[in-house]
Design a protein. Structure first.
Length: 345
């Protein structure tokens, strides 16, 4: 005997399958999507939050504006004895202060932070750096019963206190930008590959730290999420939720203007530091670093750029003869990684 749902929201919550959520485990999971701009990390984080939590009524708090609509068609509506229609969902603005202090107001919220390194940069540059996330992240999220989803261009730039508590890293790339994708003239935003790095046992029963074994690639079909995420502001298209079409919803995301501004101003600095990291350089004396960054040509002072390096997470120590040594974070998921083939059921 079929159970009658009381609302369209209940029909959607019962019909749509979660992407990553494991329901019998605690909610306080931390997942980081890592990838280049355009690689699908914002799509992955926003879609997972919307599908795994948002449709069940959990409040999503994000530095992006995330909205999505799911329409229940005639066939599915008839099955549950409801009138066909559409349900609108949207995120609310995430206060940086309330997040950093783990406000009780955010109990059971779902945090989605796009470009977490850029979003936290001003806090990391501030004098109160020692107070930034001073409390244990995992403990506070456990108290709030809140998951945290974030994105970043590279794992080296994630604040170490968040990075060390991350349960799962997902490296994502648009397959249109691979050799085969370019050869086949594949359009961007169609298909993404995810490689999973389980840092705790919550997802695969083993940890990447133990055996250096990543999982993937998982094929994330972006064509299904056209409508789930619409970063290019395409003309709105209705997606009807029926048994054969249950993972299609209409979602839009709008980037945080402050993050956009930070990237435009300091994106070059991230790229230059990342190049040092990829070449195995772990530290540079200040004068060497200033020459490498071409500060004279850019018309920038060492003091000014030094503050930005602090925001990026670059640490420093006293060197010889009054110089300063800048240390480049060596954390890299790809070191000695073995990728285990995985087919998503």
């Amino acid at each position: 005997m079929e159970q009658t749902a009381l609302s369209l929201e209940a029909v959607i919550a019962q019909t749509v399958k979660p992407l990553l959520r494991i329901r019998h485990l605690n909610r306080d999971v931390i997942i980081g999507w890592i990838g280049e701009r355009g690689g699908g990390k914002s799509i992955g984080a926003a879609t997972t939050a919307a599908i795994d939590y948002g449709i069940e009524g959990d409040q999503i708090r994000s530095n992006m504006q995330i909205t999505w609509d799911i329409a229940v068609g005639d066939e599915l509506a008839a099955k549950y004895g409801v009138t066909p229609g559409s349900v609108h969902y949207e995120s609310t603005e995430l206060s940086k202060h309330k997040f950093l202090t783990f406000s009780k107001e955010y109990f059971r919220s779902v945090f989605v932070i796009d470009e977490i390194n850029l979003w936290l940069a001003d806090a990391r540059r501030a004098m109160a750096q020692q107070n930034l996330l001073a409390n244990d992240v995992a403990q506070q999220l456990r108290k709030l019963q809140s998951p945290l989803f974030y994105t970043c261009i590279h794992e080296m730039f994630v604040d170490s206190r968040i990075r060390d508590m991350t349960d799962l890293f997902i490296k994502t790339e648009d397959t249109a930008l691979t050799l085969d994708g370019l050869r086949n003239r594949q359009r961007q935003g169609i298909r993404f590959h995810w490689i999973l790095y389980p840092m705790t046992k919550k997802f695969t029963g083993h940890t990447y730290r133990d055996n250096k074994q990543a999982v993937g690639p998982i094929d994330f079909n972006g064509k299904l999420v056209w409508g789930i995420i619409d970063t290019l502001q395409r003309q709105e298209r209705k997606k009807y939720l029926d048994e054969a079409d249950e993972d299609k919803a209409l979602v839009h995301i709008t980037e945080d203007p402050a993050v956009f501004e930070e990237r435009n101003k300091w994106g070059w600095l991230y790229e230059r530091i990342l190049a040092l990291h990829e070449n195995g350089i772990t530290e540079l004396e200040d004068e060497q670093l200033w020459r490498y960054l071409q500060l004279k040509e850019r018309g920038l002072s060492p003091q000014y750029v030094g503050r930005q390096l602090k925001g990026i997470g670059i640490t420093s120590r006293a060197g010889r003869r009054g110089h300063i040594i800048y240390e480049i974070d060596g954390f890299d998921l790809n070191k000695d990684a073995e990728v285990k083939e995985f087919v998503l059921a």
